[in-house]
Design a protein around this ligand. Structure first.
Ligand code: GLU
Length: 257
């Protein structure tokens, strides 16, 4: 099997408990186990992880997520260290270490800074025991706090790093055939993401609301840049090796020819 460059995106929705916005340690453990499996199989893995705001709620004694931006930024500043601590602890069980990279969209738009992010990533993956975990630098930028939950950040990182595969892990098992009938499961392959986005915008279906449309835009950006994308359930991280190998329950978005 050829080693692949894989960007895994973990959104807040899959890092937290189902009923409350606080981090779910069981879920994080499963995700880290999947990362370790992929690394053991020889793949190069970069994680784009949200969860800073969620991880700041308990230390700052919030019961629910506030709405004002400055408080979200403060929560992220506190939560980011808790999040990294959790990653470091869980990765240690697999003899792995976390490398934290906090970036903004402006950083990635600036040629010199983007190049430095890329060369740092390239150097980091020369160390097989390291897992780079990237988040938006929420104390200086609010783009992903406002919308996106790191979807856009993950596609930009995937393009910059020239990844083979971007996997967006979400609460849905993929792009559903019919939102009203989730039992019909996800569409296995999408050849043209533009058509799906157009449909979502026209129809104003549940597909068009927040989460999925932002993911599809990230997919569009990635496939246009030559990165194959997959949307899969983050609640079934154990299937990630299958998904990478071409199977599993997910939606695969082909690279634009
Ligand atoms: N960067 C943010 C985080 O890590 C984005 C996600 C959010 O708004 O919760 O929490």
């Amino acid at each position: 099997m050829t080693p692949q460059r894989i960007v895994l995106k973990f959104g807040s929705g899959i890092l937290t408990k189902l009923q409350t916005p606080e981090p779910d340690p069981v879920q994080l453990r499963k995700l880290v186990e999947a990362v370790a499996l992929l690394k053991r199989a020889g793949h190069h893995v970069v994680v784009v992880s949200s969860g800073a705001v969620a991880s700041g709620l308990k230390p700052l004694e919030f019961i629910k997520r506030p709405t004002d931006m400055t408080t979200l930024q403060a929560l992220a500043a506190v939560g980011q260290t808790h999040l990294m601590h959790a990653y470091e602890n869980l990765l240690r069980d697999h003899s792995l270490h976390v490398a934290q990279l906090l970036v903004t969209h402006e950083d990635l738009e600036n040629y010199d800074r983007a190049r430095r992010v890329k060369t740092t990533l390239e150097r980091l993956i020369e160390f097989p025991q390291v897992v780079p975990v990237i988040n938006e630098n929420d104390s200086v930028a609010i783009e992903e706090l406002r919308f996106g939950d790191n979807d856009k950040l993950s596609s930009r990182i995937a393009r910059l790093w020239q990844a083979d595969l971007l996997i967006l892990l979400t609460s849905a098992p993929g792009l559903l055939r019919d939102m009203n009938h989730p039992e019909e499961g996800p569409i296995p392959v999408v050849e043209d993401v533009d058509v799906v986005i157009h449909h979502a915008q026209e129809e104003k279906t549940a597909l068009g609301t927040g989460g999925m449309i932002s993911k599809l835009r990230a997919v569009q950006d990635a496939v246009n840049g030559g990165v194959q994308c997959i949307i899969a359930s983050g609640r079934h991280a154990e299937q990630l090796p299958d998904v990478v190998a071409g199977g599993g329950i997910c939606t695969r978005f082909l690279v634009r020819k």
